[in-house]
Design a protein around this ligand. Structure first.
Ligand code: NDP
Length: 311
């Protein structure tokens, strides 16, 4: 049987993806979208930033497996066939990497690493106040597969952790908040906010002045989710007014970040090139292979996207 690998021509590691997927699914034939194929033979497609319309004319299509954890750009394709189930990538290896990145960023803010790097550039010897992890409050926005892993990793490190999601939940060792009404309360007592929300109509532009105004003056922001969560001019303004102390940004409205963007030179911003948790084709291929086998066997695949919610 044939599975379409619908990837953007710019996907650098497409050859690696193809060979890892093929190794994980030796019983299938993995076919890149730029090769000649019979559209009616495709029942399953892998999606990795496919060009718009790549899955529009596949009459036998019954399942799409995203190779990315975030499906915002896939769902934005107006030609995506309705009612076809879409699963997103949920890879424990990716969650572990994301948790490591969150810990790295929170530790660097908490232990003032960025200030010390600036001081070194100016040959300044100055000891800044030091507090222990238990005194530092961290709020994780989005307590899903990635945010939840981050929250637990930060908790293990001794931080005072809270999480925010849409539906209420109870988690040992941390406070949880749910829904828009509880966000101001969740933000009030927090030193660092880590964003791991999916990008949806409800979350686009959420990291903006109204939210920053609810945060403690001097608090840090770590955005590991999507650039469009942030209103960039509001963030620059909050940093310039010392409303926020520091921002570590892995994702941006425009990627790559344009060379004249003010974030590059901003003394309170650290720019990462969308590397918080890269998808590893080796582990991801094994994960998605299980879903393909479920579909072929007539079972329901896991990690299905709720199209109405957008994640
Ligand atoms: P999940 O779908 O597992 O979790 C999403 C979480 O966000 C859930 O807890 C959900 O709440 C919560 N949520 C969604 N909408 C709202 C809202 N309006 N208000 C409050 N909470 C909300 O996603 P993942 O954890 O797997 O991934 C999160 C995002 O991380 C991805 O969508 C992607 O954008 C980003 N990402 C970034 C990478 C990088 O390298 N920078 C790599 C991979 C992913 P509930 O539990 O109640 O449904």
């Amino acid at each position: 049987m044939t599975i379409l690998l619908a990837a953007n021509a710019q996907t650098e590691d497409i050859t690696t993806w193809r060979s890892e997927l093929q190794a994980a699914l030796p019983e299938e034939r993995i076919l890149p979208v730029d090769e000649v194929f019979d559209p009616s033979s495709i029942e399953i497609a892998f999606a990795a930033n496919p060009p718009p319309g790549a899955m529009a004319n596949l009459p036998s299509l019954k399942f799409i497996q995203s190779l990315w954890a975030g499906v915002d750009s896939l769902l934005a394709d107006q030609t995506l066939p309705a009612r076809i189930p879409i699963a997103r990538l949920v890879d424990p290896a990716m969650a572990a990497t994301m948790a490591e990145t969150a810990l790295l960023c929170v530790l660097a803010i908490h232990r003032r690493l960025f200030q010390y790097i600036r001081q070194q550039e100016e040959r300044q010897w100055r000891q800044l106040p030091q507090v222990c992890a238990a005194e530092v409050g961290v709020l994780v926005l989005g307590m899903g597969r990635l945010g939840g892993a981050c929250a637990h990793r930060l908790l293990r490190h001794g931080y005072r952790v809270a999480g925010w999601s849409t539906r209420p939940s109870e988690l040992e060792g941390m406070k949880t908040y749910a829904g828009a009404a509880e966000l101001p309360g969740a933000l009030a007592d927090v030193d660092v906010v880590v964003n791991l929300l999916p990008l949806t109509d409800a979350t686009r532009g959420l990291l903006a002045k109204p939210m920053f105004d609810h945060m403690r003056p001097g608090a840090g922001l770590v955005n590991l989710a999507r650039g469009a969560h942030v209103l960039e001019r509001d963030l620059l303004d909050a940093l310039d007014r010392d409303r926020l102390g520091h921002a570590v940004l892995d994702v941006f409205e425009t990627e790559p970040l344009p060379s004249d963007h003010p974030f590059w030179d901003h003394p309170k911003v650290v720019v990462l090139p969308h590397v918080a948790a890269l998808t590893d084709p080796r582990t991801a291929s094994r994960v998605v292979a299980e879903n393909v086998r479920a579909v072929r066997a007539g079972r329901t695949p896991v990690n299905l996207v709720d199209r109405a919610r957008g994640y």
